[in-house]
Design a protein around this ligand. Structure first.
Ligand code: LIP
Length: 271
């Protein structure tokens, strides 16, 4: 990817927080067998990662605002820029020693998402995109790889990722209806437990589509930029542009997006 100063800043912050998370993840794997379990340790790891991202980004771009999972909204003197950050997306996976979690950093300029980095420290895969510059994967190999969404056009061939509402949250009945309808039409359904990785993997063509209700701005901000720059379509679950406000996302290439939107709307309509 043509390196820009902005990307360098975002990548450095994600990698630095990721190094800490990778160390802590090793510890979490050991703690699985303890009676107390790793819950407190994991929330401390989450806070440490957020602190690192906050410090690095604030140092590199003083004045930008923040929207972060733990800190919430931090207004900056520069009103046109805002970082949207999840320092540890996929917390439940992390807690259970499942290596599917990510640092997610998005940047909004004048209300528009313009850059995103999603980094999985466990696999050392870093997905990055800047508006108008394409989407790239920096993996273990020496070269960046340009990412594009999968080219499959038929819903029947699609492998589709989804998020399932946690116990105690609303939306289970709706999820079951939608999942039933989607499973009847597609080739397979997957649940990774990290919205940021679902979006990144869809951008990389591993999944053909992803949908979820009720996720937070920091779960999706970076991934939305990845998807758009990989040639994908991203909308809310009514086909509009209010992903951040509504918490709902459906993303895929255009034909699969169209097909799945119909299936999902049909499922909601069917009593
Ligand atoms: C998680 C999301 C996931 C969703 C979970 C949770 P967290 O974020 O990435 O897709 O299904 O409910 O919101 O809490 O791990 O940062």
């Amino acid at each position: 990817m043509p390196a820009s100063a902005l990307m360098n800043v975002m990548v450095a912050a994600a990698r630095k927080a990721g190094r800490g998370l990778a160390r802590d993840f090793g510890e979490v794997e050991n703690l699985q067998v303890s009676i107390k379990g790793p819950a407190n340790f994991v929330s401390a790891a989450d806070h440490r990662a957020e602190e690192t991202v906050y410090r690095e980004l604030a140092k590199a771009r003083p004045g930008y605002g923040f929207l972060m999972e733990e800190r919430g909204e931090v207004r900056g003197v520069d009103e046109s820029h805002r970082w949207i950050v999840d320092p540890l997306d996929g917390t439940t996976n992390f807690l259970h020693g499942i290596p599917l979690f990510a640092v997610s950093i998005g940047l909004e300029r004048d209300g528009e998402l313009v850059a995103g980095v999603v980094y999985n420290p466990a696999s050392d895969e870093l997905f990055m995109a800047e508006k108008g510059k394409g989407c790239y994967l920096m993996g273990r190999g020496p070269n960046d790889r340009r990412m594009r969404v999968a080219a499959r056009k038929n819903v029947s061939e699609a492998v589709v990722a989804v998020g399932i509402p946690h116990r105690g949250r609303p939306g289970h009945a709706l999820f079951l209806k939608e999942a039933k309808a989607v499973m009847a039409e597609v080739s397979g359904v997957r649940r990774t437990g990290s919205a940021a990785l679902d979006l990144a993997w869809t951008a990389a063509g591993r999944f053909d589509a992803y949908w979820e209700h009720d996720i937070k701005p920091w779960d999706m901000a970076a991934g939305i930029v990845l998807m758009r720059e990989a040639g994908g379509t991203v909308t809310d679950l009514n086909g509009g542009n209010d992903m951040i406000g509504s918490g709902g996302v459906l993303t895929a290439n255009l034909p699969i997006h169209k097909g799945l939107m119909q299936v999902l709307k049909g499922a909601r309509g069917a009593g």
